[in-house]
Design a protein around this ligand. Structure first.
Ligand code: NAP
Length: 453
């Protein structure tokens, strides 16, 4: 038998586990999927926006994998801490696949970024997704009339939409009750989503962009003057070479130039060619706006500064400029890339393959791609591991790792514990006259899981 630990139960971890058991070359593979949280599914549960129910429903297929009899879910198990080092984990399993994602947000590195009211989109997402590491009162939108979201990726689109959207549209989701209350109580009228490059370099996907134009009671506004294509794409032949997604994005944005803001509607404004240079503070020490330098296309897809500046007022600033991998104690880490060095998923230590250690997902390739991108990525890693199986499986293991984890003082939440959390979340939803509503804190999650013991 080949016993493998997969660390992380987000899409990359689940796809890795699936690729390891659903194959014929190496019989008898058993996989434990470990997660720091008592809940599975990683960013599908705690990152995908609650109103994106179709993407959320992916949890159904991830669940089917985790219910495979050759796979065991062990939640509430932190790897890399005192109780369970990476070295110890490798003693307990023939191989370990790290699928720990990219946990941190990137910063802007501009003056004023530390002012009250400047937050990362990642924090905002964690808050409205009821992540148990985030307090229910972490965001207070009282007095916020205008927000600026910096960045032009899908996360920026998500947080812009959640800020602008009517709370009645969010009630059918699993968003925690306190977050709904805070959003309902805010006097937010305008959200500006600001990109440092042009419309053809937006990182958002067209479906997500288009959705911004369909929100009831929300006007979506762009300025025709900011929709100029980079000269590199100005002639029609070169424009045709733009990736289809960027071409479609520009078409959507051009359609929106005809929109005229209506009296009383909330407004999303998409701005381009503005790079943030300073966050401005008010007399109360809180953020009052952002100073941007106007940029111009450099003819190669990039931009350069023009020396002209524009200030946008805001009582809330969310920076949404991408995620960043975090070093896991005991694993090598490439600081510049924010990833673990690897060759086809095999972890490299000082350029040499580290026996039995693998990576998949964002910690392997960086925080890019949609959920489906993780499937081929995990498959490549699993196939490397399976090729190595002959040399890995020879080692005798100390017994069932679950016993060793408990002996180390850990209290893993097994699958029935997770199912009990799901049941408790359905009951909570029922009591609020809503569908399933997430439990937002550690004690609540662990207490619910304990009812299954
Ligand atoms: P992202 O796609 O990498 O976008 C980051 C954005 O931040 C870019 O517009 C980038 O501009 C901008 N940026 C970076 N540094 C900046 C700076 N110093 N000043 C101003 N702007 C700056 O990251 P993301 O939005 O966090 O998304 C991460 C991944 O998750 C992506 O692959 C995304 O597609 C995926 N995701 C998908 C969905 C979905 O499918 N619905 C939802 C959420 C996330 P430049 O391009 O100029 O660098």
């Amino acid at each position: 038998m080949l016993r493998v630990a997969v660390v992380g139960s987000g899409p990359s971890g689940v796809y890795a586990a699936q690729a390891l058991v659903q194959q014929r070359e190496v019989p008898g593979v058993r996989v434990d999927v470990l997660d720091r949280l008592p809940c599975p599914y990683g960013l599908v549960r705690y990152g995908v926006a609650p109103d994106h129910e179709k993407i959320k429903s992916l949890q159904g297929s991830l669940r089917t994998v985790l219910e495979d009899e050759r796979i065991r879910f062990l939640g509430n198990v932190e790897v890399g801490g005192d109780r369970l080092t990476t070295r110890r984990l490798l003693e307990l399993y023939h191989a370990v696949v790290y699928c720990v994602g990219a946990a941190r947000d990137r910063t802007l590195g501009i003056p004023g970024e530390e002012l009250a009211g400047v937050r990362s989109a990642t924090e905002f997402v964690s808050w409205y997704s009821a992540h148990p590491d985030t307090a229910a009162d972490d965001f207070d939108l009282a007095g916020v009339r205008s927000a600026v979201v910096i960045g032009a990726g899908n996360v920026a689109v998500d947080v812009t939409r959640i800020l602008a959207r009517a709370v009645t549209d969010l009630r059918p989701t699993d968003m925690p009750e306190p977050a709904l209350g805070v959003l309902a109580g805010s006097g937010l009228r305008e959200v500006a989503m600001v990109a440092r490059r042009g419309p053809s370099q937006g990182r958002f996907t067209t479906k997500e962009l288009r959705e911004l134009g369909t929100l009831p009671g929300v006007d979506t506004v762009v300025r025709a003057g900011e929709l100029a294509l980079d000269p590199a794409y100005a002639d029609p032949a070169a424009a045709a070479a733009l990736p289809a997604v960027n071409r479609r994005n520009v078409e959507v944005l051009r359609d929106w130039t005809a929109h005229r803001p209506r009296e009383g509607a909330r407004r999303i404004t998409l701005r381009f060619f503005l790079r943030p240079v300073e966050v401005l503070g008010g007399p109360d020490g809180r953020v009052s706006g952002v100073r941007f330098e106007r940029t111009a296309p450099d003819g190669h897809g990039g931009v350069s500064g023009t020396g002209a500046y524009e200030d946008l007022g805001a009582e809330l600033v969310l920076r949404s400029v991408g995620y960043q991998g975090v070093a896991l104690p005991g694993l090598p880490f490439d600081v510049a890339r924010g990833t673990v060095p690897h060759a086809a998923g095999r972890v490299l230590r000082d350029g040499r393959v580290s026996r039995g250690e693998y990576v998949a997902g964002w910690i392997k390739r960086g925080p890019t791609g949609v959920i489906g991108t993780n499937r081929p990525c995990a498959k490549e890693t699993a196939s490397s591991l399976l090729q190595d199986a002959g040399t890995l499986a020879g080692r005798e293991l100390p017994g069932d790792p679950l016993d060793a984890l408990r002996a180390a003082g850990l209290s893993p939440v097994l699958w029935p514990g997770w199912l009990a959390i799901e049941t408790a979340e359905s009951s909570l939803g029922l009591s609020l006259g809503r569908r399933s509503v997430k439990i937002p804190d550690w004690p609540g999650l662990l207490a619910a899981a304990a009812t299954a013991e």
